[in-house]
Design a protein around this ligand. Structure first.
Ligand code: ZN
Length: 497
């Protein structure tokens, strides 16, 4: 049997089974078990450290309450149940980035379990089970320099939340969609920066294949080192092909951890995957068990912000936006927040018309300007009230759409209010009254009889100087193409001036 395209095999012989383990650093001010600041991104190595996160003997960790709150909030947003009792455990493994020789994590009683996340897959809603959301600490970072490695302990002890899915995904694309949806929720909750490229959000994927119809799961491999949604999908696509080729050739797939090599587009073996018993988990003796009061859980549930699906639905009902526009506006929370501010500052009777216009200008022109200058919407030099001002000028027909684009460009560059730019430049809407334009044309022909006669005598270039004169008289408020047309027909019809 040969390996055909992925499609043929997915549809016929094999079923793909994917589960994701997503790690997210939490946006707390201090680390998980000590008071060191987590704001180490631009700090010199080993400056955000203390005896606790350096793993010195004899020190005692203290649980960061905010990290526990963020984990419970995430679990609630993912429809998990929160047990009343939870605890931390030691996960033992020797690795140079692990300062204590063990990681404080959670084993058999995590902070939450049994949730789900809904994703839209080719127009259908799919439910992906969430096994658990638990809390642990991040490791230090190793910096490799040819023959030796250096360790930066700044990252050590940063709160790290792990979200484990059930093996419910059936294609690499579905895994990417799950990952994107999960990131959206974390960002909306304000618990994660969601920056995969910086490693504050990481994804490990477990993948196996099985003959279609078989119940038992095949042997899985775990893929690491994917730092974008695209690489999650690509790595899984590669792994599907690799496993299918092996199965077809009668080779045995071993359980192992493989690393994704972005530049080559392949996965390579890293180490054989440990089993849980290899870690010799035991309850962390330096920390008390966690008793999670129902009052606290309900307070956290009540304080959950509006999540992306709810916002999306509201944009369609409240503002009458299309599904497409509502999706794009809510995918990036900051873009949606900006849109909300525009709507809050808009005092108009027709809210839906304003929402449509705001969405159009935001998604086309403003996004274009942001991209061109590589600025994020959070630091957009055009304030929401400036965009409102521009939309008001348009609604009141004080400027045309074309003029509005020029005003927007300038407002974006200078941060000035559109009305100030319009006043400063003396911008007025084009003269649309043809009678007024014809009167000016007569006047220009009478005052420039030489050019008019030149044109009539065959010097067609002369027309341009007349167009210029008319444009000057109208102070640029006429459309040049209309002026030219009117002038031409006036000069062609009668030989007198
Ligand atoms: Zn510390």
């Amino acid at each position: 049997m040969t390996v055909g395209t992925q499609e043929t095999h997915i549809d016929t012989d094999f079923e793909i089974v994917i589960g994701l383990e997503v790690h997210s650093q939490l946006l707390t001010r201090s680390k998980m078990f000590c008071s060191c600041s987590t704001d180490y991104a631009n700090a010199a190595p080993n400056t955000h450290v203390c005896p606790i996160c350096m793993g010195m003997p004899g020190v005692l960790p203290v649980i960061n309450r905010q990290a526990v709150a963020y984990t419970i909030m995430t679990a609630l947003a993912l429809n998990c149940s929160i047990p009343e009792y939870s605890k931390f455990d030691r996960k033992n493994y020797p690795y140079p980035d692990l300062m204590k020789g063990y990681q404080i994590s959670q084993y058999d009683v995590p902070l939450s379990r049994d949730g789900y996340l809904m994703i839209e897959y080719h127009g259908q809603m799919r439910k992906v089970g969430i096994t658990r959301v638990h809390l642990e600490e991040d490791t230090a970072r190793l910096l490799h320099h040819g023959g030796y490695s250096l360790v930066d302990i700044n990252r050590s002890g940063t709160p790290l939340m792990e979200i484990v899915s059930e093996p419910d995904m059936r294609s690499p694309e579905e895994a990417r969609l799950y990952m994107q949806k999960l990131r959206e929720i974390l960002v909306y909750l304000g618990v994660s920066s969601g920056r995969m490229e910086e490693g504050s959000l990481r994804c490990d994927a477990n993948i196996s294949i099985r003959p279609r119809g078989q119940q038992a799961l095949g042997v899985k491999t775990e893929i690491k080192n994917m730092n974008s949604f695209r690489s999650v999908e690509r790595a899984l696509e590669y792994e599907v092909q690799r496993q299918i080729a092996m199965a077809c050739a009668g080779e045995i797939i071993h359980q192992e951890t493989r690393g994704w090599v972005e530049t080559k587009g392949i996965t390579v073996p890293q180490r054989s995957k440990e089993q849980a018993h290899d870690y010799r988990y035991f309850p962390e003796p330096d920390l008390p068990p966690l008793l999670i009061s129902r009052t606290w859980v309900e307070a956290l549930r009540a304080a959950l912000p509006e999540l992306p699906d709810a916002r999306r639905a509201r944009y369609r009902t409240e503002y009458g936006l299309s599904a497409q526009d509502a999706n794009v506006l809510t995918e990036d929370k900051s873009l949606g927040d900006y849109f909300e501010q525009v709507m809050a500052a808009s005092h108009v009777s027709d809210r839906k018309a304003r929402a449509k216009a705001a969405s159009n200008w935001l998604l086309s022109e403003v996004v274009r300007l942001l991209k061109a200058s590589t600025i994020s919407i959070q630091s957009c030099p055009l304030s929401p009230s400036a965009l409102v001002n521009l939309l008001d000028l348009l609604d009141n027909e004080q400027i045309t759409g074309k003029q509005a684009k020029e005003v927007l460009d300038e407002a974006f560059a200078s941060g000035e209010m559109p009305e100030a730019i319009v006043a400063k430049k003396g911008i007025k809407p084009p003269i649309s009254d043809q009678g007024e334009l014809e009167r000016i044309i007569e006047e220009v022909i009478a005052n420039n009889s030489k050019a008019a006669n030149d044109y009539r005598g065959g010097k067609t270039n002369a027309l341009q100087s007349l167009v210029g004169q008319v444009m000057k008289q109208t102070r640029g408020q006429a459309r040049a193409d209309i002026v030219q047309k009117l002038l031409k027909s006036r000069l062609d019809e009668a030989p007198s001036a």
